[in-house]
Ligand binder design. Structure first.
Ligand SMILES: Cc1cc2nc3c(=O)[nH]c(=O)nc-3n(C[C@H](O)[C@H](O)[C@H](O)COP(=O)(O)OP(=O)(O)OC[C@H]3O[C@@H](n4cnc5c(N)ncnc54)[C@H](O)[C@@H]3O)c2cc1C
Length: 468
């Protein structure tokens, strides 16, 4: 059953839209409306005025033009992993059927259509001995991930995904298809690389690929009782880490559910995970000091084809009620380590958080000039992501309060910045500014005023149009 009344648009306009596009147009009251408005993130409960399941760039352009005629906002969804605002009363353009991938072996590039998940790009690129800069999960959308930065297990060697884009094909707010590259609409190209989906709909992008085939990576689990020592050892380990190593340390409270292997179920661990993209023997040598110090409860570090990179994190595949927040840390002080151990591991009763991970950035990420594109926080090295389950509004409020408490306690080591890809929902919208340098944010608002003066694309990051 649809929850919203059928809107009162002139039928002719809606009929006109239907007749002009190859894809589907769904409105409240249609049998498939409730299915179509779902996101991967099950906390999202959105009621778009019109849903367009696009088949082509021309469909996207028609949908945007329709939004202009009806004076509606435009929301874009590929997978629904990273929604900031529900697409209420908007034209929601669903990109999930636009998934063509073309690999150019000679130029080492991939052309990726706007709704493609990383897994498809990964498999096509690996068949040619090449690798894209995907993140921990192959079911995340390549474009949405890249627009916010995109930090994966090759980040310290090859940088953020945003730094490997050659050009975007974009439908702008006036319904035109434009190219954005270093040579055409270079201001738009600059803003899209970090500024999110606030400036238009990306129908395709070309990214650089890298010659990565066999890698050495995985996860080691140590008992929660030695968490402090693992954290201090990790701090020393990464101090001299080569750029070929991208790694993280995390505290994990495995939920007591059947999907979790029995020996982990309901238990807490400290995990060291990552990936080394140089010679396998060098990767083994990097891990050896850990094994010499203490045998892990489980050690899954191994030589593997990069096509299996998802096994490093084993992110959930099924739609989730998880909620994520994030801050950048300047350093891993003893006090910060104590706070994390005290607040994330369970003490009395069930833990509030499922997971807290610190990824070590730096390397190629920080070698790019801070003004090269809109992506911010290049000088920050440690990004903390905290994840909990929030199936009810009350649990969501409690989770937000609890993570705010942790952030307050971590204040002495916080940079004040956020990694916007690791924020979800309202917080992503409210804290957009903190993802950027102040001058970058100002420049983004001016680019917004040029390309989207009516703020049609107001369901992505919070970047209002401000004329310079
Ligand atoms: C399990 C999991 C693992 C993750 N791992 C990582 C990781 O390792 N590294 C990392 O950096 N991030 C990671 N993320 C965060 C992820 O990159 C963001 O949530 C991202 O926004 C998801 O993009 P999407 O297209 O899949 O999601 P969607 O919710 O479909 O899109 C998110 C937003 O991106 C924009 N967008 C998407 N497609 C288009 C398009 N074609 N044109 C214009 N705008 C578009 C829209 O504004 C949309 O609101 C992870 C998230 C999850 C849930």
């Amino acid at each position: 059953m649809a929850l919203m009344p059928t809107p009162t648009f002139a039928t002719t306009t809606l009929e006109d839209l239907k007749s002009r596009i190859l894809g589907e147009v769904i409105v409240p009251g249609d049998a498939d409306y409730d299915d179509a408005r779902k996101a991967w993130n099950l906390n999202v409960n959105q009621h778009p005025a019109v849903i367009v399941i696009a088949q082509s760039a021309a469909d996207v352009a028609e949908a945007v033009r329709y939004a202009n005629i009806e004076d509606l906002g435009v929301a874009v969804q590929a997978t629904g992993h990273g929604i900031s605002r529900p697409a209420d009363d908007a034209v929601l353009i669903i990109m999930s059927e636009m998934t063509t991938v073309r690999i150019n072996v000679e130029d080492q590039t991939a052309w990726i259509e706007g709704g493609t998940k990383w897994g498809k790009v990964l498999q096509a690129a690996q068949a040619a001995g090449l690798a894209p800069l995907l993140g921990s999960s192959p079911i995340v959308g390549a474009v949405g991930y890249t627009l916010g930065g995109g930090m994966g297990w090759l980040a310290r060697k090859y940088g953020m995904s945003v730094d490997s884009v050659n050009y975007f094909e974009v439908i702008t707010a006036d319904g035109r298809l434009v190219h954005a590259s270093a040579y055409e609409n270079s201001d738009l190209f600059w803003g899209l690389r970090g500024g999110g989906g606030s400036f238009g709909v990306i129908t395709g992008m070309e990214v650089q690929l890298y010659p990565v085939t066999t890698v050495f990576g995985g996860t080691m689990l140590y008992p929660a009782s030695v968490a402090k020592e693992v954290f201090t050892r990790y701090r020393e380990w990464i101090a001299n880490a080569p750029d070929e190593l991208t790694s993280s340390i995390s505290l994990m409270n495995f939920p007591p559910i059947p999907q979790v292997p029995e020996f982990l179920r309901g238990q807490s661990f400290v995990m060291v995970r990552g990936l080394y993209c140089g010679a396998v023997a060098d990767g083994e040598a990097l891990i050896q000091p850990w094994l010499d110090w203490m045998q892990p409860v489980a050690n899954q570090w191994r030589a593997m084809p990069f096509s299996e990179v998802e096994t490093v994190s084993n992110d959930p595949k099924d739609p989730s009620i998880g909620w994520s927040t994030s801050v950048w840390l300047r350093e891993l002080s003893d006090e910060a380590i104590d706070t994390l151990i005290q607040r994330v591991l369970p003490h009395q009763g069930p833990p509030a958080l499922v997971f807290a991970e610190i990824r070590y950035a730096g390397g190629a990420i920080s070698k790019v000039n801070a003004e090269a594109n809109a992506y911010g926080n290049r000088d920050a090295n440690l990004v903390l992501q905290m994840i909990g389950m929030a199936p009810t509004p009350e649990m969501h409020r409690n989770l937000v309060e609890y993570t705010n408490l942790i952030k307050r306690e971590l204040t002495p080591v916080l940079t004040g910045g956020i990694y916007i890809n690791f924020l979800e929902g309202e917080e992503k919208w409210n804290k957009t500014k903190d993802a950027f340098l102040p001058e970058t944010y100002q420049r983004l608002t001016a680019i917004k005023a040029k390309y989207d003066p009516e703020n049609r694309f107001r369901y992505s990051f919070n970047i209002p149009p401000v004329k310079g």
